[in-house]
Design a binder for this molecule. Structure first.
Ligand code: GRF
Length: 203
């Protein structure tokens, strides 16, 4: 399965994907941020990249679609990609774009998820991999990871705790997708050809 990863920054999820390529291969990396640390990670792994200036979203998305088509992307992974894609991109790659988000969606779309968990004294925190639609951090959920929050933990501690779980979540999901164990169509999500009604738990 040919995968293109979109990033905006650090690229630790990208790095995890690059290290665990089993049933998929990362063919190309795209960033809207020319200074993203993840670009260097792609280079270290011998993966080509394209940086796209996002100041004109329509032009940027036309370039994005071209680059994704050139690399024959079968799956597009948003791994810390900080832009919302328009319907034009979604329609060009229907049901082929997934995102990882650091919260137990539908709780806390958007930024500062760790702080929100602390403010609300949540018992659980986690991350979600979901299909992307045209709303922020929204779409059908494929899988989640979660852990019990230690009330003594601050934002930095929670973020550190979660990021390694994110890596496991994303690489596991990708391997399941790459082996066609986890599949979906317009209506349903399937594991081993059986419909699932709740997200996979990967802890
Ligand atoms: C991760 O927490 C991811 O869930 C979110 O942005 C962060 C990206 O981190 N969408 P990294 O760039 O993969 O290190």
């Amino acid at each position: 399965m040919r995968v293109v990863v979109l990033i905006s920054g650090r690229g630790s999820n990208l790095e995890a994907l690059l290290k665990h390529q089993v049933n998929y291969s990362v063919e190309h990396v795209i960033s809207n941020n020319f200074d993203a640390k993840g670009i260097a990670i792609a280079k270290q792994h011998g993966v080509s990249n394209t940086c796209i200036n996002w100041s004109d979203q329509a032009a940027a998305e036309n370039t994005l679609i071209d680059v994704l088509q050139v690399h024959q992307a079968e799956l597009i992974v948003l791994a810390g990609f900080m832009r919302i894609l328009s319907k034009k991109v979604l329609n060009a790659f229907p049901n082929k774009i997934i995102n990882i988000h650091p919260s137990l969606l539908p709780k806390y779309p958007g930024l500062n998820t760790h702080q929100k968990v602390i403010d609300n004294k949540d018992e659980l925190h986690g991350a979600t991999v979901h299909l992307v639609d045209d709303q922020l951090d929204h779409g059908r959920t494929l899988a989640q990871t979660s852990f019990t929050v230690d009330s003594a933990n601050d934002v930095k501690m929670l973020a550190n705790q979660l990021i390694s779980k994110e890596h496991k979540l994303l690489t596991t999901v990708m391997s399941l997708i790459g082996s066609a164990t986890l599949t979906w169509d317009q209506e349903h999500i399937y594991m081993h050809d059986k419909t699932i009604s709740t997200p996979l738990r990967i802890n």
